[in-house]
Design a protein around this ligand. Structure first.
Ligand SMILES: NC(=O)c1ccc[n+]([C@@H]2O[C@H](COP(=O)([O-])OP(=O)(O)OC[C@H]3O[C@@H](n4cnc5c(N)ncnc54)[C@H](OP(=O)(O)O)[C@@H]3O)[C@@H](O)[C@H]2O)c1
Length: 276
C-alpha cells in the first residue's frame, strides 16, 4: 500500500494501490439511507467528481444507483463501485443478485458485510473468491472484521482481503488494526467517517476546523485521507456533497493531526467498534 498522504498532492481522482495491483479512489460516497433521491444524488456526486460509490445488497439503494449512473452518462471505467453480500447469503449468488440490481457486469470491490455469528465466514470468502475468478468482482474484501477473523480467512484460503471496511474516525479507530492492515497491505475504508454527525460539535475538532477555515466534517475527511484510509462520507444534501469533496486544497499539519489522533475514545455509532 502506498497511499498518497500529503493532502494537497491529491485530488478527487487520486487512487490507492491495492495489494492486487488494482487501484481504488481515495474518497467515496456512502449510500446507506441515501433514499431521498438516490438516483439524483448519485448522478450529482459523479458530476461533482466523486469516483467511488459504496453500497450493499441490504441498503435498498442499488436500483437507484444504477439509475444515477445511467443518468450521469459516466463510462464504466471512470467509477469504482463497492458493494457487499450479507453474512447469511450464498456469497456467489448474492454477488450476481447485486450486479443485477446495479445493472453492472462487475463490481470493482465486493465485500462480506460482516462476519457471521460463528466462525470467520470461510464459505462466504470461498464464494467471493469464485466470483472474482469468474470476473464478477475485480477485487474482494471484508467489512467489520477483527484481526483474528481476517487471519482465519487467510489461513483457510491464502487469499488476503484487499480492504477492511470499518468505522473509523479520530473519535474511534485502532492503532493495532492500522499496523496489522499496513503489514498485510490491506486498505482501511472508513465508514461513518463523520460519526453520523454525533461528534461534529466537539470543541477540539471545531477549533482545528476554524484554524483551516474548513468545516468539522471536512477535517474528519482529511484526517482519513492523510492517514491513508479511504473515507466514505454519506450525504443526501447537495451542500454536504459539495463540501465533502472540497477537501483537496488544504493539509492538516502534523501537530493538529496528533491532536486529532488523541481524540480517540473508541467511539462507535453502533455502541462498540466490532473489529476490536
Ligand atoms: N460496512 C458497514 O457495516 C457500514 C456501516 C455503516 C456505514 N457504512 C457505509 O459508510 C457510509 C457513511 O457512513 P454513515 O452513513 O453511517 O455516516 P456518516 O457518513 O458519518 O454521516 C452521515 C451523516 O452526516 C451528514 N453529513 C454529511 N456531510 C456533512 C457535512 N459536510 N456537514 C454536516 N453533516 C454532514 C449527513 O447528512 P445528509 O445526509 O442530510 O446530507 C448524514 O446525516 C454509509 O452511507 C455506508 O455506505 C458501512
Amino acid at each position: 500500500m502506498s497511499p498518497p498522504n500529503k493532502g494537497t498532492d491529491m485530488d478527487p481522482k487520486s487512487e490507492i494501490t491495492l495489494h492486487t495491483g488494482k487501484k481504488m479512489p481515495v474518497l467515496g460516497l456512502g449510500t446507506w439511507q441515501l433514499t431521498n433521491d438516490t438516483a439524483g444524488t448519485v448522478a450529482a456526486a459523479l458530476e461533482l467528481g466523486y469516483a467511488m460509490i459504496d453500497t450493499s445488497g441490504d441498503y435498498g439503494t442499488q436500483p437507484g444507483i444504477a439509475d444515477g449512473i445511467n443518468r450521469s452518462g459516466i463510462e464504466r471505467a471512470d467509477f469504482f463501485l463497492v458493494t457487499k453480500v450479507e453474512e447469511t447469503d450464498d456469497a456467489y449468488l448474492a454477488t450476481r443478485k447485486n450486479l443485477d440490481e446495479l445493472r453492472l457486469d462487475y463490481a470493482d470491490l465486493m465485500l462480506i458485510h460482516r462476519p457471521p455469528r460463528a466462525g470467520a465466514g470461510e464459505d462466504l470468502w470461498q464464494g467471493l473468491i469464485r466470483a472474482k475468478e469468474d470476473g464478477l468482482a475485480k477485487d474482494i474484501g471484508v467489512s467489520n472484521y477483527s484481526i483474528d477473523l481476517i487471519d482465519a480467512l487467510i489461513e483457510a484460503t491464502d487469499e488476503v482481503p484487499t480492504v477492511n471496511q470499518i468505522e473509523w474516525s479520530p473519535f474511534g479507530y485502532s492503532d493495532g488494526m492500522m499496523r496489522y492492515a499496513q503489514e498485510k497491505k490491506i486498505v482501511i475504508q472508513a465508514y461513518s467517517p463523520l460519526t453520523r454527525t454525533r461528534r461534529l460539535r466537539d470543541e477540539t475538532l471545531a477549533g482545528i476546523a476554524a484554524k483551516y477555515r474548513k468545516s468539522p466534517a471536512q477535517v474528519l475527511i482529511r484526517w482519513n485521507l492523510q492517514r491513508g484510509s479511504a473515507p466514505l462520507p454519506k450525504a443526501n444534501q447537495r451542500q454536504h456533497l459539495e463540501e465533502n469533496i472540497a477537501v483537496f486544497d488544504f493539509d492538516i499539519g502534523e501537530e493538529d493531526l496528533e491532536t486529532l489522533n488523541r481524540l480517540n475514545e473508541r467511539y462507535s455509532s453502533l455502541g462498540t467498534l466490532p473489529y476490536i
